[in-house]
Design a protein. Structure first.
Length: 264
């Protein structure tokens, strides 16, 4: 009986052992497969991160803000990114914005009119002698102490006249016409008349910048809008200014004064 039982149970023991081995083998395969997948996933993630950090970000971060400038650089082909090695080594094209405004004619006039410029300005007013007596009495300038402008009866002190003539040339380049002038030098009698008609808006006779031949009143048509904006940008280049008082307490956008060296 005992031998028969052993004979019956022996095959079963062998059968279970093979099944266990198959199970164990299957589990080992699954473990190796899972580990292989993890390694592949890890390597893929590292590679993707490397590409993003070394290639995509430099390209998008550099080219995108300056797309308009890329096509102007030599050796750059639109639609082709630099190689990975180029990006890593730092030899990728460096782009700069091309949206800078070009200088206009006005912006090019940056030097204040100096004595060296007088011969050029003198050609605009050939009868104007740039020399003058600095000790002029307000409102009592003689005709030979003034230079006539392009408007009959309007005159300024020689240095102011030459500077204003140069400013007028720049104005004509922009607008195609001379600066419209309403008033310039006022003798002492004209100052009294102006004070009587305009009251506190006029300077005390004998103290007016007009009486020194250093002030210009523009026509109202040239004292507003695009004309005033142009004067505000360019007049100081030639020594003229719309005084602070003419922008506040006494609003006179048409009144411009020539600033001598001692007044800057």
């Amino acid at each position: 009986m005992v031998s028969m039982r052993g004979a019956l149970h022996a095959p079963r023991s062998t059968h279970r052992s093979r099944r266990d081995r198959r199970i164990e083998h299957t589990q080992e395969i699954q473990v190796r497969t899972s580990m292989r997948r993890r390694r592949v996933a890890t390597r893929t993630g590292v590679l993707v991160g490397f590409l993003a950090a070394m290639v995509v970000y430099p390209i998008m971060g550099t080219i995108a803000p300056y797309a308009n400038a890329a096509e102007q650089l030599p050796g750059v082909v639109i639609g082709e990114a630099p190689t990975t090695a180029t990006a890593i080594l730092g030899a990728a094209p460096q782009f700069e914005s091309s949206d800078l405004p070009l200088p206009s004619i006005d912006d090019g006039s940056t030097a204040i009119l100096t004595s060296a410029d007088v011969p050029v300005a003198s050609s605009l007013l050939p009868d104007c002698d740039p020399t003058f007596d600095p000790n002029m009495a307000n409102g009592r300038l003689s005709s030979d102490q003034l230079c006539q402008l392009w408007v009959a009866g309007e005159a300024l002190r020689p240095d102011a006249a030459l500077a204003f003539a140069a400013l007028n040339e720049q104005f004509k380049t922009e607008f195609g016409t001379d600066i419209c002038i309403a008033d310039t030098y006022r003798d002492i009698y004209s100052q009294y008349a102006t004070k009587a008609s305009r009251g506190y808006l006029a300077a005390t006779p004998g103290t007016s910048m007009h009486g020194l031949g250093l002030a210009v009143d523009l026509c109202r048509s040239h004292a507003s809008g695009v004309y005033y904006s142009w004067f505000a940008r360019n007049a100081s280049t030639y020594g003229f200014s719309n005084p602070d008082w003419a922008k506040s307490t006494k609003y006179e956008p048409w009144h411009w004064e020539y600033l001598t060296d001692g007044q800057y």
